[in-house]
Design a binder for this molecule. Sequence first.
Ligand SMILES: Cc1ncc(COP(=O)(O)O)c(C=O)c1O
Length: 388
Amino acid sequence: MELGPEIIDSLELKFSALARRKNQSGEKIISFGLGEPDFPTPPPVVEAAVEAMRNGHTRYSNPLGLWELRERICEKLERENGIHAQPDQIVVTPGAKMALSLVLGALLRPGDEIVNITPCYPSYVPQIKIAEPAARIRNIDLLKKNFGLNRDALASAIHPNVKAVLLNFPHNPTGKMLSAADLDWLVTLLADHRDCFVISDEIYERLNHSGMRHVSPGAREELALRTITINGFSKAFSMTGWRIGYLYAPESLIRPISRLQQHMNTNTATFVQKAAIAAFDISSEYLDDYNARLDRNARVLRSMAERHSTLGLVPSEGGLFAFLRISGTGMDSDAFATNLLEHAGVAATPGIVFGREWGDHVRISLAIEPSEFEEGVHRLDAFVRSRC
Ligand SMILES: Cc1ncc(COP(=O)(O)O)c(C=O)c1O
């Protein structure tokens, strides 16, 4: 397979590897650059995996996933998202990333177009191009002033060749959530484009520190038969290394997705699926506490940013991140992140990683222990003071 120019090394991973190396060499680095929570997996989940291994759940499972897990996922989708799913419309995958790859592989044909909202998760473009090298990507920027949907740009991008709109709310990297008004608007827009699918990546759904209500496109009757909902356990339950996620798709897509799964993954590790069942039984206090930490950190960052005329911050609403505007510092995001790491021992992710137009921002992870986060913000504050 020839890898096209869009399929580059993950710069995000490269940057956090650099921070890890500095840490290992004894420097105290505070990493705001991680794309994962800096918290341990809840002990009951770990216990469930160990018990499952001891009890022999070490063989292949149904390619779509364990029935019991798919039932729990359906219950969750019904209760929390208003999505009416059946277990045979769920596919459990090695991470939400693989769910997205399977969906793109099943959906895209040469010449198809896909609308992608930028800034975006850096794997989206490579994943689209791996699934279908001859697909055309229409990138639509969020509005710079408030990270809102650019309705005009989106409306003019939708036409008959567009196979899908790829959405990710709560959003990586801005922390923006989809408003009910924007979803209403999207439903109306897509009413005239009945062949256009919506792929809704909701991996950050349960991290919602502003209390704003999460809305799922798949819950809307008009979109129900053409929305694929992707979710997982990585972010909400600190299970990034376990590799487990899932998708819910309309019946018409399940057959091709299932075939891809059979030949690419066979199934998701069986004992990991057992552990994911245990994640559904974690008390809601766990997520309340997690969201309270995110909220606390978001406030600390905001009050620091407000003290600097060279910085700008649109408050994040959900997910793990805040996207800090650094254009007033005179540095681009690469120079800012490199200097911040070198001179202040703080790792942040350059905005350019998330899209060509976003080199005037850096992404800050909020999922850090509050005392550590405060120290990092203090260093960031001193760095901006000394440099700008
Ligand atoms: C928007 C988005 N989707 C999907 C993923 C991948 O999730 P997983 O680790 O479950 O594959 C990430 C990870 O950073 C992400 O930010």
